[in-house]
Design a protein around this ligand. Structure first.
Ligand code: OFO
Length: 165
């Protein structure tokens, strides 16, 4: 049975995962608009993954005697300076999510809610993967460079990630 405090925190995370999904979907629209089809496809797929993150939490809250509560979801930014700027913002956002997951795990532990603590381990591992993935993309952008045909190759490389995962 979830305590009120824990249920509230998990509901906040449901909201954040929704926001992540909307953010990446919005970013995919920007990428599409600018002609970066590979990035757009990748971001769309990632938006779907964020919905899965949301659903996993949604189900857990409902299954543990509380009720999932969807709140107001902030509108995501829709303008970016460049592909590099966009992925820097993705990376920053993922670091924020990691921090939030760590705070959730801390709350679960200190509340002696070991079931939730155990449930959250999936997210702890997932955030490690997410940070690695987006840091890798930023490294690629740095290596290829945005001059000349660079952007074309960056878009191609990021597009390839859609089939990899
Ligand atoms: Fe991108 O990990 Fe959920 O929010």
């Amino acid at each position: 049975m979830l305590k009120k405090k824990m249920a509230n925190r998990l509901n906040e995370q449901i909201n954040l995962e929704f926001f992540s999904s909307n953010l990446y979907l919005q970013m995919s629209a920007w990428a599409e608009h600018k002609g970066y089809e590979g990035c757009a496809a990748f971001l769309q797929k990632h938006a779907d993954e964020e919905m899965q993150h949301m659903k996993r939490l949604f189900t857990y809250v409902n299954e543990t005697g509380a009720m999932a509560q969807i709140g107001t979801i902030d509108a995501p930014a829709s303008d970016y300076q460049s592909i590099k700027d966009l992925f820097e913002k993705v990376f920053e956002h993922e670091c924020l999510i990691t921090q939030k997951i760590n705070e959730l795990a801390h709350t679960a532990f200190t509340e002696q809610d070991y079931s939730t603590f155990s449930f959250l381990q999936w997210y702890v591992a997932e955030q490690h993967e997410e940070e690695k993935l987006f840091k890798g993309i930023l490294d690629k952008i740095e290596i290829i460079g945005e001059d000349g045909k660079g952007l074309f190759f960056i878009d191609k490389e990021i597009g390839k990630l859609v089939t990899k995962s």
